[in-house]
Design a protein around this ligand. Structure first.
Ligand SMILES: CC(C)(COP(=O)(O)OP(=O)(O)OC[C@H]1O[C@@H](n2cnc3c(N)ncnc32)[C@H](O)[C@@H]1OP(=O)(O)O)[C@@H](O)C(=O)NCCC(=O)NCCS
Length: 171
């Protein structure tokens, strides 16, 4: 199992990964910012540019999209923001993630977040990760806690329209 950035060779694997969410009726995939109208080559290029901080939309910071892969199959995706904005500090934090619906509850999100922690520390020199979730998302809260998350606070965040838990993870 390894963490990869999307390449041209992952076209079929990405299609299969996205089809898993569609089959489960999940239209929104947290942490995945691919555009279905783009070709695979354009998606690869867009992710590479986001990671380098090129062509960012207003208010966006550089972010690296990382996929957890086993035997050529994509199990999950994470987006690691290289730094925080005021908004991300309240909601979103450094990292978001999703595991394909058919492979949940087997520890893959925990593995993914552990790999992302190592990537953030070694590649980006980040020493503390902020990770947020909705209190109702018990699975996500559990993943964050298993990965060393310490609850900072929980409060209603008006722009999101719901309560947000903020955890910090020392790297
Ligand atoms: C949240 C998510 C990433 C978890 O992925 P996963 O691979 O199933 O996570 P793991 O298997 O590593 O761990 C899940 C933990 O939550 C627990 N859990 C799962 N559903 C739960 C529930 N309804 N209530 C309480 N705990 C729950 C599991 O028991 C497990 O804990 P354990 O190891 O102590 O038993 C996955 O559900 C997902 O992709 N959800 C949609 C996207 C999302 O919500 N992303 C997070 C945004 S903050």
């Amino acid at each position: 199992m390894k963490l990869i950035q999307l390449g041209l060779e992952h076209e079929a694997a990405l299609r299969d990964f996205l089809a898993d969410f569609a089959a489960a009726g999940e239209e929104r995939i947290p942490a995945y910012f691919g555009d279905p109208d783009m070709s695979h080559a354009e998606i690869v290029e867009t992710f590479a540019k986001q990671s380098r901080g090129e062509g960012l939309e207003e208010g966006w910071v550089p972010g690296t999209t990382l996929f957890l892969v086993e035997d050529g199959r994509i199990l999950g995706v994470a987006n690691l923001r290289h730094r925080l904005t005021d908004h991300l500090r309240r909601f979103g934090g450094h990292v978001g993630y999703s595991i394909r619906p058919s492979e949940r509850n087997q520890g893959f999100a925990t593995r993914l977040l552990e790999e992302v922690k190592a990537y953030a520390r070694v590649t980006l020199g980040i020493d503390s990760l902020l990770v947020t979730c909705e209190p109702e998302n018990a699975a996500s809260a559990r993943v964050i806690e298993k990965c060393g998350g310490v609850l900072e606070d929980e409060s209603f965040y008006e722009p999101a329209g719901h309560r947000v838990r903020r955890y910090s993870i020392a790297l």
